[in-house]
Design a protein around this ligand. Sequence first.
Ligand SMILES: O=C(O)c1ccccc1N[C@@H]1O[C@H](COP(=O)(O)O)[C@@H](O)[C@H]1O
Length: 209
Amino acid sequence: MRVKICGITQPQQSLAIANLGATALGFICVPTSPRYVTIEQIQAAVAPLPDHIDKIGVFANSSILQISETVQTSKLTGVQLHGDETPEFCDQLRQILPNIEIIKALRVRNLQQLETTANYIDYVDTLLLDAYHPQQLGGTGKTLDWEMLQAYKPSRPWFLAGGLTPDNILTALSQIHPDGIDLSSGVERSPGDKDLDKVELLFARLKSV
Ligand SMILES: O=C(O)c1ccccc1N[C@@H]1O[C@H](COP(=O)(O)O)[C@@H](O)[C@H]1O
């Protein structure tokens, strides 16, 4: 199972988290986020990472030009679109960045919204489900209704996100079977400062899955 730790801001934490077992690291390119990082910060965090670690930039309602410039200058391997990007936008981005993983994040409030994820299947590599929050785009620590996801089996790999922690991860995975999990605020001391003890505890608990 893929494990993405998101909202990395400190270069020294980047390699430490990869060494603990993360398969992907996420960098927040949303200027309003307390976890926002500049291109220079991403470059510093990505530089020590081995090739097999996925390096994902998280964007929300950015332009194709902004995304492609950031991807190319920061050497990212994937993008996570966390705003209101349409399937057409994902398709256009694919033409510009054919070899980059496109992850579409959807902030799901109810079953009806869950069904709209089907509209993205032909245009993205991976789906990511996050909890809905009326004021914040992500990193909210809010969990999804896991019961609603028990029968969710899209024809694309998908990540579960939203309020996951070392304490609730085994409960979540006993109910649902995503292809990957994504954690941010559940493994940090304060926004952008990851708690390596919590990250270690997470991977220790995941060994039993
Ligand atoms: O983390 C942020 O600040 C953020 C800002 C804007 C868009 C997405 C953001 N984070 C993503 O939110 C989810 C869930 O986070 P959490 O585990 O509930 O704290 C995760 O995918 C982050 O990549």
